[in-house]
Write a protein that binds this ligand. Sequence first.
Ligand SMILES: O=C([O-])CC(=O)C(=O)O
Ligand SMILES: [Mg+2]
Length: 219
Amino acid sequence: MPTSALLDRYAALDSAAVSDALDRLGLPPGVGGLRPVWGPASVVGYAVTVQLEPRTDGPAGAHIATTAIETEDDQSVIVVDNQGRTDVSCWGGILSLGASQRGVRGVVADGVCRDVGEARELQFPVFSRGSVPATARGRVQQRSTGEPVTVAGLTVHQGDIVLSDETGLVVVPRDRAVQVAELAEAVVARERAIADEIRAGARLSQAMHDARLAGETVR
Ligand SMILES: O=C([O-])CC(=O)C(=O)O
Ligand SMILES: [Mg+2]
């Protein structure tokens, strides 16, 4: 399956349905706490990882995340691991501009960002633990890009599918992506059927069985 067709399938899903599919496979079911900073948004794409660390002495180089953004494209979501720090920004408006110019789909940061209004103007999805005015410059530096990172306790590898929405973040290992999509689509179909019955007047307690939601036979 072409990679963009796979992302289109995920774009039609949400984090809850994907989480249920991950549960079925015994994979981590996702995390909460990383919120869209400028309003309702969702994003799905292939992870491009950026690991940050506290700044050490030495000459200042390119700003954090710039080298990751420059190599990426319209199927990418930048995933920034700043270890959940809330005292210093790890994403800003110029980064949003550079990323959106390359067609990058959004950023998910385990940390906080700044320049929220600039991201909103660009309609560039930013998910983080919040915002703070304090710059990253002189405070954090990039340790690596393309290496595994941890976001709110969840390991993300470069190329994993990440889906972030108002509910939370799910991470799908690349080699399980088709299987997870199939299971999640089945979840959505079951939930639609239950919702249709409820709209048609069925009693909630009769229509909504946990086993039915899970795709098991209802006794
Ligand atoms: O200095 C920073 O933290 C980065 C910044 O504001 C931007 O990307 O616009
Ligand atoms: Mg700025």
